[in-house]
Design a binder for this molecule. Structure first.
Ligand code: SF4
Ligand code: SF4
Length: 420
């Protein structure tokens, strides 16, 4: 075997841990995971079957860890994985997987296929097989601070405008505040109204908050690319700022994977518990609602549906709050089939939206088919969500299909109808 082939095999071998080995052994090849994946349901192409997406990893597992595989390898009956194959496999591991977790939920033997894909991405990242868009976003996050290359002066400018428009103060680096507010670059650039909404809600509730000038970015490109060392650097920035400012809570924004990163993966990445609690913005808002501190002056009258972001709802466990909040503010909320833990992804999570090749964009538009049918079946012109990435991906798809659909953010909608 050439040095390069050996290196590829070794890299993939290193990501195979005990859960992955047991998942490969348990798979009964029922194919049910295909029906759970929107890339399969919307294209009908069997290559998008979730368990097939980790086939190179399965081959390495067989060749390296099973008796039959070792015998086949000895007599030259098995093919080693090549660099070229992994290059081709990028489409299946990144473009066509949003790490949405729907396949893991449906697997009858309990295989966490999403975890397998995440681990496979680790091997892909180490062996240099990552799409340029995701690689660029990761590099900008490490070197500059965020995936879009935003620096603090640009953020400060957005905060100043939000202060002017609301007439409220947005504190920065305020030690002793209750909440450290995190933002995603997509919100800062595309939906600054989220920041205004949050400022209004905090002021109305009389709860102190702050932003940190050296840790405003919530998103974690290290998680998306599959590089734990980078993910740790990004989480550590937030942890250092929160502990320096001695806040009680860190508020995760309307961003799916940011919540997974800081809430569920962060303590494992840094190897210790936090000295603060992580709360998703919808958990915070629902807490206010339950205490009677989120009263509406009126309600949004037009019929609307809700899009549940996978990383917050199915993967993140924020199951009840979104519907409770939407019912608080919407006169005519129409629940759709497959909501909460069975929701369908926007098609661009898990870093997929950072890949801008023609093929990846065409595939995302196709994957939006399931969401399009939900909107059409409900007969609504408004959809509400609570993830800036979902919102951008779906706005692009809505443009692509020339649909007459408006997308709103849930926090903004609540702030707009908040009692004066
Ligand atoms: S995690 Fe979601 S997108 Fe990825 S393979 Fe599973 S169902 Fe498909
Ligand atoms: S659903 Fe589970 S058992 Fe069935 S093919 Fe997929 S991974 Fe294998």
């Amino acid at each position: 075997m050439s040095a390069s082939l050996e290196k590829v095999t070794q890299t993939l071998k290193e990501v195979i841990d005990a859960p992955i080995a047991s998942y490969f052994e348990s798979c009964v090849h029922c194919g049910l995971c295909a029906e759970a994946c929107l890339f399969y349901t919307e294209t009908g192409d069997p290559k998008y079957t979730p368990i097939h997406k980790v086939e190179p990893l399965r081959r390495v597992y067989e060749q390296e860890y099973t008796l039959l595989g070792r015998l086949k390898k000895m007599v030259g009956l098995s093919r080693p994985i090549t660099d070229e194959e992994l290059d081709q496999w990028q489409e299946l591991v990144y473009d066509s997987c949003t790490l949405c977790g729907r396949c893991s939920l449906i697997c009858p033997v309990g295989n966490d296929i999403t975890y397998m894909i995440r681990k496979f991405r680790e091997g892909m990242a180490v062996s240099g097989h990552v799409p340029d868009g995701i690689r660029g976003a990761t590099q900008r996050t490490v070197e500059i601070g965020g995936p879009m290359g935003l620096k603090w002066p640009a953020v400060a400018n957005v905060l100043k405008k939000a202060e002017e428009s609301t007439g409220l103060t947005i504190p920065v680096d305020q030690a002793g505040a209750d909440y450290l507010v995190l933002l995603s670059s997509m919100e800062i650039v595309n939906y600054p109204e989220y920041i205004e909404a949050l400022a209004k809600i905090f002021h109305k509730a009389g709860i102190s908050f702050t932003l940190a000038s050296d840790a405003f970015e919530a998103t974690n490109a290290g998680i998306q690319i599959g590089a734990s060392d980078i993910a740790r650097v990004i989480v550590s920035r937030i942890v250092d700022a929160a502990e320096r400012l001695k806040v009680k809570y860190v508020l995760s924004p309307e961003c799916g994977h940011a919540y997974t990163a800081i809430r569920w993966e962060g303590p494992n990445l840094i190897g210790r518990p936090y000295q603060f609690e992580v709360v998703h913005v919808l958990e915070f808002l629902d807490g206010l609602r339950q205490k009677g501190a989120l009263k509406m002056k009126d309600k949004f009258a037009e019929p609307l549906i809700l899009h549940d972001p996978c990383q917050i709802v199915r993967r993140g466990g924020v199951l009840q709050a979104p519907e409770a909040l939407i019912r608080e503010v919407a006169e005519n909320y129409i629940p759709v089939a497959d909501q909460q833990k069975w929701n369908w992804c926007c098609g661009g999570g898990g870093g997929a939206s950072a890949i801008h090749t023609d093929e990846a964009e065409a595939l995302r538009a196709k994957a939006f088919g399931v969401k399009k049918r939900q909107i059409e079946a409900a007969g609504v012109k408004t959809m509400v969500t609570f993830c800036a990435n979902c919102r951008i991906v779906m706005e692009e798809a809505i443009d692509h299909y020339e649909m007459d659909t408006k997308l709103l953010g849930l926090t903004e909608l609540l702030a707009e109808h908040l009692e004066d």
